[in-house]
Design a protein around this ligand. Structure first.
Ligand code: NAP
Length: 279
């Protein structure tokens, strides 16, 4: 049973949920000012000093649209590819388990059935998505003891997310338009964290996992549910993605299928709990 955890990216959306869930364990939790995962010497020194059983990497470059700019691409690849590679090498050298998070965006988005953990229907369409897939490959190439956990459409305390964005703009705009032709599984950080810690505690086989809440929806229906549950009287119109151009292309259908671990609850029930915690 692993007992010492090194948490990286502790201040982010996912990292702050891990910090809360692990506060009764032996934990060293760091932000980017304390550990820059793109700096090999920094990574080696910290991992060697801490001697963790498990390294949980919540650091990431997640500005999907900004990453399409040539000037940002180097930073995106440094954090999402070189960083996991450094951590995988350091984990391997210290016999630690590495937990790396990846994204539904690594898939091609054309499979309406969704994607299981072993699917090879990759087709990343944005620089961010390409960097996440390359990060997965860097971990597989450099470590034996790893969990690659793909997540999607995260919401939770500790950072800006689709829910907080919707709740903010509904007070600023009379009419909202939200795309209704992209489908995925909204996932509460609290549930993803609990499922990840369960996986580690069980000593599950190393490999790929999809730890997402159940239920597939569109961004439009997700937005409508947010307003319904928070009793906001919002005027929301559906729009197709070709009418809502953004720099980075998103997959049409990125539903992740969890076929290896206990099912997480439906996203609507998780959303209700999250909204309650905001009020
Ligand atoms: N958000 C989603 O919807 C979503 C969906 C699928 C997968 N994921 C994956 O889940 C993971 C966590 O995402 P998130 O949404 O929690 O991200 P986030 O809120 O943007 O947090 C990312 C964290 O990474 C840290 N970081 C950035 N560069 C770093 C560096 N060079 N060294 C060390 N730390 C660095 C940041 O620290 P500072 O703030 O101190 O710079 C920040 O705390 C990522 O792997 C992401 O790809 C997220």
């Amino acid at each position: 049973m692993p007992h010492k955890f090194l948490l990286i990216g502790k201040s982010g959306l996912l990292g702050s949920s891990f910090a809360k869930a692990l506060n009764h364990k032996e934990l060293v939790a760091l932000d980017s000012s304390q550990l820059d995962i793109t700096n090999w010497e920094n990574v080696v020194r910290v991992v060697h000093e801490v001697k963790p059983d498990v390294i949980i990497n919540c650091a990431g470059y997640n500005q999907v649209d900004a990453a399409e700019a040539v000037l940002e691409l180097g930073k995106c690849n440094a954090v999402n590819v070189l960083g996991p590679e450094n951590l995988a090498k350091a984990a391997q050298a210290n016999d630690a388990i590495l937990v790396q998070f990846s994204s539904d965006y690594v898939f091609d988005g054309r499979n309406v059935e969704g994607y299981n953990e072993e699917s090879t229907q990759f087709g990343p369409e944005s620089n961010y998505a390409k960097s996440k897939l390359a990060g997965e490959k860097a971990v597989i190439a450099n470590a034996n003891k790893f969990y690659i956990i793909r997540l999607s459409w995260l919401f939770g305390l500790g950072g800006q997310n689709f829910v907080t964005t919707m709740l903010k703009i509904v007070d600023e705009k009379a009419n909202l338009t939200v795309v209704d032709d992209q489908f995925g599984k909204p996932t509460f950080t609290v549930d993803a964290v609990a499922a990840t810690l369960g996986l580690i505690a069980d000593g599950a086989e190393f490999g790929n996992y999809h730890l997402v809440n159940e239920g597939v929806t569109s961004w439009y229906d997700f937005a409508k549910k947010i307003f319904a549950l928070s009793a906001k009287n919002a005027s929301v119109s559906a729009v197709s993605s070709d009418k809502f151009q953004r720099p980075a292309k998103r997959p049409t259908n990125s539903a992740l299928l969890n076929t290896k671990r206990p099912t997480l609850r439906h996203w609507e029930s998780a959303l209700a709990e999250y909204l309650n915690s905001l009020s």
